[in-house]
Every structure is written in C-alpha cells, then in structure tokens.
Design a protein around this ligand. Sequence first.
Ligand SMILES: Cc1cc2nc3c(=O)[nH]c(=O)nc-3n(C[C@H](O)[C@H](O)[C@H](O)COP(=O)(O)OP(=O)(O)OC[C@H]3O[C@@H](n4cnc5c(N)ncnc54)[C@H](O)[C@@H]3O)c2cc1C
Length: 564
Amino acid sequence: MTWDKEVDWLVVGSGAAGMTSALRAVDLGARVLVVEKSSRFGGSTAMSGGAIWVPANAGMAGFGVPDSHAEGLRYLEHITAGRVPTARLTAYVDAASRMVEYLAIHSHVVFEAVPTYCDYYAEAPGGKPGARTIEPTEFDALRLGAERTQQRLGFEHRRPLPFLSMKAAEIPTMLRGGLPRLLLVARHAAAYYLNLRARLSGAGNTNYTLSAALIARLRLSLLDRQVPLWLDSPLRGLVLENGVVTGALIDHAGRSMRVRARQGVLLAAGGFEKNAAMRQRYQQMPIGADWAAGCPDNEGDAIRIAEQAGAALDLMDQAWWCPVFMVAGEATPRVIVMEKGLPGSIIVDAAGRRFVNESSPYNDFVKGMYSAHHSGTAAIPAHLVFDATFRHRYPVGPVRPGSIQPDAALPASIQDGFLTRADSLPELARAIGIDAEGLAASVARFNGFARSGRDEDFGRGDTLHDRYYSDVAVKPNPCLAPLERPPFYAVKVYPGDLGTKGGIVTDPHARALDVSGQAIPGLYAAGNSSASVMGETYPGAGGTIGPAMVFGFLAAEHACAPQS
Ligand SMILES: Cc1cc2nc3c(=O)[nH]c(=O)nc-3n(C[C@H](O)[C@H](O)[C@H](O)COP(=O)(O)OP(=O)(O)OC[C@H]3O[C@@H](n4cnc5c(N)ncnc54)[C@H](O)[C@@H]3O)c2cc1C
C-alpha cells in the first residue's frame, strides 16, 4: 500500500465534532489532519446557536440548580424512551462535564451557563429548570488573524443591528423590552464602537458570540497546536485492509490522495440534510433539502461511504426538526424558535385550525405539523397568524418589531411574498388561501383561552419550556394574548430542521458498528454523521452540539490514548 500522506488521526469534517476530536487527539500526542469539503470551516455548527447541553456541569450549583450524573441519566432514559442503549447515554452524561472542564483548562473553548434556559421537558424525571445549557463566551475574531475570513458564518449575517452580538442568555432580556433592553443594546453598541482595532481595520463586527465564538475558539486552539486543516478537500472513500479501516481517499489540491490514518478515521461530516434524494428515500413526505437550515455541504457523503464499508445505519427517518421561514433571496431558511411561542399569534392549517401547541419544543412542533398534514388537512406549509399588537412588539424572521420597523419601512421583497397583511381576518384568510370561517372560529376560541389564561386545546404555556420564549408582561398566561387589533398578518411556516440525526450506528466509544453489532476497526463517527445518542428526542438547547463534541472527544481518547 502506498500513501500520499500519513497521520495518526484523520478527522473528516470541521464542525464541532471534528474540531473537538482533533483537539483531544493532538493533546494525546497524535499527528492529526482535519479535512473539510467546503471552502469554509465550521459546518452547521458555525451557523448555530453554539450552545451545548451538559448535565451536572460545574456552573450549575452557582445558579442554585443542583444536578448529578444520575439525574442527567434519569432524564435521558426517560425522554429517549428505550430508543438508545443505556451505555451510550451513560457515556454521554459521564463525559460531557469532564470534556467542558478539559477544554476550559487546555484550550480557548470556554463556556458559561445560560441560567434560565430550561430543559425542554423540565417537568420530566431528572429534568432541570435551567443551567444545563451552556454557551461559549464572547470572542474577538481578530485573534484568528487571516483564518478569520475562512470561517463559515451564520447568525452574524443576520444581526438585527450590525453591532448587536447577542448571547443566548441575553435573549429573555431582549424580549422583555423596557430599560433592561435599552441598556443591553447600549452595552453592545459600546463594545462594538470601542473595539478600535476592528473599527479602524474595517473588519466588521468581530465580537463573536454563539456558534461563531465556539468555532473560532476551537479553530484558534487547533492553530496553537499547528493542526493542519485542509479546506476544499472532501472525503471520497475509505481504505480497508482485511476489514480494518487504515486510511481514506481525499480529494486535495486537484488530485485524489491516499491518506493513511494509523489510529483511525473519524467521520464527523455532518448529516444528509442537504441531500434531497437521501431525504426522500428515508424520510416522510413532503421533504426535500430546501427547508434544512444547516450547512449546504452536508450531503450525507460520510454516511453513504461508511455504509458501503459495512456500517449499520439508524434513525435515518429523523432530524433535529425545527420550523422555518423561507425568505426570498436568502439561501438559508430562518429557524423559528421564538416567534411561534410569543403571545398574540397562532399557527393554523388550511382549514384555519390550530393543530399543535405553538410554544412546544421545535422538534415536537414539526412532528405535530407532519401528523396534522397526514391526518387529512394540509398543514405544510402552515401559517403563523398575528395581529397589530404582536407586529408592533416582536420580531418575525427578518421583520423587526413594528415599533422600530413599521410596515411602510419594510422592503418590497418582504411586503410582497413573505408577510401578508389584511384589514380583517376573513380578508387575510382569503389572501393566504385558507378557510375563513375556520380561522375566525379558531381566533375566537383562542382569544377566550388568552383571557382565561388556559389553552384548553393544546396546553400552550403549561410548561417551563413554553414560557421560556414568552412575554412575562402578558397576563395571566405569558404565551397567550388575543388576536384582536387589525391589521392582521400571516407568514408561511415550513417543517425545517437544524440537520439530520440519523447515520452510522456507534458504541459508547464512538466506534462505528457493522450490522452484526461488531466494531469496524479503525472507523469512528460522531455528530450528525452518527445515529444520535438522543434518539428521536431533543433534551434541551445544545442537545445536538453537546453530543457532537462529546463523542468526537471520546473517539479521540479511545483511538489515540496510549495503551496501558
Ligand atoms: C440555525 C441553527 C441553529 C442551531 N443551534 C444549535 C444550538 O444552539 N445548539 C445545538 O446543540 N445545535 C444547534 N444546531 C444544530 C447543530 O448546529 C448541528 O446539529 C451540529 O452543529 C452538527 O455538528 P457536526 O459536527 O456533526 O456537523 P457540522 O458542524 O455540520 O460539520 C460537518 C462538516 O463536514 C463537512 N463535510 C461534509 N461532507 C464532507 C466530506 N465528504 N468530506 C469532508 N468534509 C465534509 C461539512 O462541510 C461541514 O463543515 C443549530 C443548527 C442551525 C442550522
């Protein structure tokens, strides 16, 4: 066998899973290479909120939220409902806080708690009211030097104001409004304008938060360790010798290269969200790649290549579901996390009927959308309907609150196509092509619930999660307000996702398993290339990047730790 390049640990994909694994492996003394298909590093991770979900993390006690590995495991066992082997759940719970502490000590990757962000099923056994979700601390991207321009970006392209570098922990303050919001905006403006180095160099807003901070911090940690990252270098195949994966075929610098990987290959190349054919093969209709909000290069390459090498696949019908808005002229859909739960809006099907608790976790919301659609009335797309009070107070995708961006100030592309406006509910129903009587009846019934504070149909506002994205000034239920003040508005809602979560079956060390449950020597998978440790559910904010990082970390430890 002749090789063009030899390393110990070959990492395919430069998202959270890949870069965390590379970092751990190099610290264990391995020679590491990261290969990335795209011309930008960071993957979907770089387009995300960047939060990770870590039970029993060190910061929790400080916020008065006691936790333990046992409680974390209890919660995961409950919500995954038998879909995931306990050994994998245990591996996650045991390693997550250890990994965070390791990164804090040995790298630039530092997290802080989002104290009030609750588990998505906080009332379930082992669930917590906050602080399991942690987010990266702010980071000045100028520290990345020339590498800064090679990082994929997400929310940074969509800041409501150019100087706003919001953290997840600040979102409740933004939603609450009033003086706290003004002070927050002022703090961000000051941080932006006082960063003279960035201002004078014309670098734009380099004060990264969320995923941009996470990926930049991972990348800087790898730069410190001089780990090479090949961009524009897709995985094309695996090299197997006598059933052992000994390397991979990588397209690089205009040729196909055989890269030897002495300790193993980690497939961390994301999911198949952008592969329409795979989605149609494995997932329920209607489906395609357009509603997926993640990285355009995540086309399931690693999953297909691993399957050809004998790996078993699971959870291929699943995704990290999240409803989205489609905005003309924007390549990536906008995820709907906040808007669907804010008071003064409902989401309806073609009959004008509500079909799910709008405030429920986004993963459940989309599942509800599909079941409604398949039960006989079109719910894809569904319609977010709201009144003038809602429009005045809250943002909707690219549309800022009417208090700062009135209708007259909206660009034509938003007025014709994205946002439909009408003076009455029947006119609105006609304009968007749904049943007018059904909509009127739904609004009348919902307005009654808003006044009593109890959603008798779907229990909106009953859980801690529902109330996280709500308006505490609205009483008696912060998720419910009547739709009564014209004009009325509607925006189409699609069943999107943050990435797929089906893929290569792995064991607690992230080793790829074959169809008989045996580990394929030399082959590992983590992140959305692997079948998720979360099964069909979503534990809380950070429930996808957390496992991606943890199993990348564990894979490196299994493959590269010196044998005792
Ligand atoms: C808007 C949005 C917000 C989100 N917010 C959160 C959040 O706050 N918390 C959370 O936990 N999750 C969140 N998610 C989901 C999360 O971003 C993903 O689930 C996670 O980042 C996946 O990480 P990964 O390392 O598996 O893959 P990615 O980060 O997608 O990295 C995979 C990389 O592999 C590369 N690749 C693909 N094919 C090949 C190939 N053949 N060869 C080489 N490289 C290849 C891709 O180009 C990509 O760079 C969000 C997602 C979106 C879109």
